[in-house]
Design a binder for this molecule. Structure first.
Ligand code: SAH
Ligand code: SF4
Length: 451
C-alpha cells in the first residue's frame, strides 16, 4: 500500500510540475513515505532523514509522510529539525498546499482523517507498468493487540465501486494487464457489487485486464463466495495471502485475532477444494508476549499442515499504545532470534517443495522487467513466482512457458521485508553468475526461482 500511496503522491506532485529525480542529491524535495508497523521500520525513517544532509551543509525540503507521520504528528518535528512537512496517509492529497506553506517557512502538519476521501482529489492514473496496485479498502477495525494499523490508518473504509472501476479502466488504458487490489483488510471490502468476490467478478469483465490479485486478507473475512471465485473466475490468480500469525490458539486469543487454528485450516481446505493448485502464503509473528516453547512448536506445526508456498515472518515488536505493549511475559531477544530462524527454515523447506512441484507445468508469465543477463527477462507466474526466461518479448507481454528449474533456495534470514529484499538483491548480483560459471554450472534457460 505504501508503494501505491507513493505512486499517487508522485502523480499528484507531477501534476503540479515536479519531476522525479534518480538521486537525492539532485532533489529539491524528498518525501519519505514511512511505515510504523514495527519499530525497526519507524527508526529507519529517521536515520534516512539524517542521511539527506549534503556535504556542503545544504539539504532538500523534507516531507515525512505515511504512518510514522500519522503516529507522531508534530512530535516528529521535535525529533528532527530537518522535517519541513508532516503528512499522514489520509491527508497526502494536501501535499501541494503544504509545500507552499513550507516554502513560506512554516512547518505544516496534517494528520487528519477527513470524511472526504483523498481519492476524490487525486489526479487520474497515468501510464503504469504491466502490473499495478489499486487500493480498494483502507483502515482496519480488527484491533489485533499488537498492531498499530487501526490507529494509523483509521477505521475500515471501502472505496465506492464506481471509483474503483474507473481507476481500473485508466490503469488498463495506461498499460496494466494485472491489477492487485489492496487493502489492510481487503476481503472486508463491501459496495455496490456485494463483497470482494462481487468486485472481482465485475472487474474481470474489463477487456485487456488479464490478471487479478488481492492482498491482504483476514481469515475471519474469508467468505465462501470469495473462495468460490477462486474456482470459477479465470482471471483471479491462484494465490492467497492469508496471515495466521501463530499456530497456538492461546496466542491467537491474546492477539485478538478472531480466528482459531482450526477455522484457519478449514478455510485453507476450502480454498484448495475450490482451486487445487492455489499457492498459500502467510504472515507470522514470533515472540509475542507469553509465547512459550509449546506455542512456538504449534506454529511450526501449522507451517507443516498448510505447506506454505511462501510466508513472511517477523519478530514481535512492541508498538506504543497497543494493548500487547503492556502485556507481561516478554520473550528474550535471543529466543526470538532462534525462533525466527527456525520458522524461516521451516517455511523455506515448504517453499522449495512448492516450487519443485511446479516444475514441468505449462503456464503463462507476465513479463515485468529485464533480467541481468543479456536477453533475459523476468516475469511472474500465476503463483507469484519470479520466472527467468530468455526471450525477445517485451515488458508487458504474456508468454507461454514451461517451468523447468528451481534455481536456488534462500531461507529468509531477517525479520523484515525491507531487509529481506536487500539480501535478495545481493544474491542476484553478477558475482553470483560468475561464481556459478566458475563452478561450471550453466545459467538456467527457463528457471523458476524460489520465493
Ligand atoms: N491486515 C493484515 C496484516 C497487516 S500488517 C492481517 O491482519 O493479517 C502486516 C504484518 O505485519 C502482519 O500480518 C503481522 O505479521 C506483522 N505485524 C504487524 N504488527 C506487528 C508487530 N507489532 N510486530 C511484529 N510484526 C507485526
Ligand atoms: Fe493489524 Fe491486520 Fe490485525 Fe488489522 S487485522 S489490526 S491490520 S494485523
Amino acid at each position: 500500500m505504501n508503494v501505491y500511496d507513493g505512486e499517487r503522491m508522485a502523480e499528484l506532485l507531477g501534476a503540479k510540475g515536479l519531476t522525479a529525480v534518480a538521486d537525492n542529491e539532485d532533489a529539491d524535495l524528498v518525501v519519505l513515505n514511512t511505515c510504523h508497523i514495527r519499530e525497526k521500520a519507524a527508526e529507519k525513517a529517521y536515520s534516512d532523514i539524517g542521511r539527506l544532509k549534503r556535504e556542503d551543509g545544504s539539504r532538500p525540503m523534507i516531507a515525512l509522510a505515511g504512518c510514522v507521520a500519522q503516529a507522531e504528528g508534530a512530535e516528529a518535528k521535535a525529533r528532527s529539525a530537518m522535517i519541513d512537512i508532516v503528512v499522514g496517509p489520509q491527508a497526502y492529497h494536501r501535499l501541494p498546499e503544504m509545500l507552499v506553506e513550507a516554502g513560506h517557512g512554516k512547518r505544516p502538519v496534517d494528520t487528519d482523517m477527513p470524511a472526504i476521501s483523498k481519492f476524490d482529489t487525486l489526479p487520474a492514473r497515468r501510464k503504469v507498468g504491466p502490473s499495478a496496485f489499486l487500493t480498494v479498502q483502507e483502515g482496519c477495525d480488527k484491533f489485533c493487540t499488537y498492531c498499530v494499523v487501526p490507529y494509523t490508518r483509521g477505521a475500515e473504509v471501502s472505496r465506492p465501486y464506481a471509483d474503483i472501476e474507473a481507476e481500473a479502466h485508466s490503469l488498463v488504458e495506461g498499460g496494466a494487464r494485472e491489477i492487485t487490489l489492496l487493502g489492510q483488510n481487503v476481503n472486508a471490502w463491501e459496495g455496490a457489487c456485494g463483497g470482494l468476490d462481487g468486485l472481482i467478478r465485475a472487474l474481470a469483465r474489463i477487456d485487456g485486464l488479464e490478471r487479478i490479485r488481492y492482498t491482504t486478507s483476514h481469515p475471519a473475512d474469508m467468505s465462501d463466495a470469495l473462495i468460490a471465485a477462486h474456482g470459477d473466475v479465470d482471471k483471479l490468480m491462484p494465490y492467497l495471502h492469508l496471515p495466521v500469525q501463530s499456530g497456538s490458539d492461546r496466542i491467537l486469543a491474546a492477539m485478538n485475532r478472531s480466528h482459531s487454528v482450526d477455522s484457519y485450516l478449514r478455510t485453507i481446505e476450502k480454498a484448495r477444494a475450490a482451486r487445487p493448485d492455489i499457492a498459500i502464503s502467510g504472515d507470522f509473528i514470533v515472540g509475542f508476549p507469553g509465547e512459550s516453547h509449546e506455542d512456538f512448536t504449534q506454529t511450526l506445526s501449522i507451517v507443516d499442515a498448510v505447506g506454505y508456498a511462501s510466508a513472511y515472518s517477523f519478530k514481535y515488536s512492541a508498538r506504543p499504545g497497543t494493548p500487547a505493549a503492556m502485556m507481561e511475559g516478554a520473550v528474550e531477544p535471543q529466543v526470538m532470534d532462534e525462533r525466527l530462524q527456525q520458522l524461516q527454515e521451516r517455511i523455506a523447506t515448504h517453499s522449495l517443495a512448492f516450487n519443485r512441484s511446479c516444475v514441468g507445468r505449462d503456464t503463462s508469465i507476465l513479463i515485468d522487467r529485464k533480467g541481468r543477463a543479456p536477453g533475459q527477462m523476468i516475469g511472474k507466474s500465476p503463483w507469484l513466482q519470479s520466472v527467468h526466461v530468455e526471450t525477445d518479448a517485451p515488458i508487458g507481454a504474456m508468454l507461454d512457458v514451461t517451468l523447468t528449474t528451481v534455481r536456488r533456495l534462500r531461507p529468509a534470514s531477517c525479520d523484515d521485508r525491507g531487509s529481506s529484499r536487500r539480501k535478495h538483491r545481493r544474491t542476484r548480483q553478477p558475482g553470483n553468475d560468475r561464481r556459478r560459471a566458475r563452478r561450471g554450472c550453466p545459467r538456467p534457460r527457463r528457471a523458476l526461482r524460489s520465493l
